[in-house]
Design a protein around this ligand. Structure first.
Ligand code: FES
Length: 104
């Protein structure tokens, strides 16, 4: 499957990745500098991305912990804010478009 990714410099790229992993894992595997300090446990928010429409509306709503953490990223929080570790990649998300959020 493919992901459309805009990095922190504004550069965009189409990257290929395997489904069955988190978006955070796929982005890190491709060298994007997400710290992901908690390893995907939804407790650090260092995997913050912005999911572009219409993909944003297709994803399951934020869970309780994700919502709380996204609120804490108040400097950069947007409606499009998601924790990439909480997004499971499947073929249905082929073409998912995300922007790597600034470091908080
Ligand atoms: S890796 Fe820590 S919240 Fe996603």
């Amino acid at each position: 499957m493919k992901l459309n990714v805009v990095d922190r410099s504004g550069a965009s790229a189409v990257v290929e990745c395997a489904p069955g992993q988190s978006l955070m894992s796929a982005l890190r595997e491709k060298g994007y500098p997400l710290q992901a300090i908690c390893g995907g446990a939804a407790s650090c928010a260092t995997c913050h991305v912005y999911v572009e429409s219409p993909w944003r509306e297709r994803l399951p709503a934020r869970g309780e912990f994700e919502e709380a953490l996204v609120e804490d990223t108040y400097h950069f929080r947007q409606d499009a804010s998601r924790l990439s570790c909480q997004i499971d990649l499947s073929e249905e998300l082929d073409g998912l478009a995300v922007i790597i959020a600034p470091e908080d």
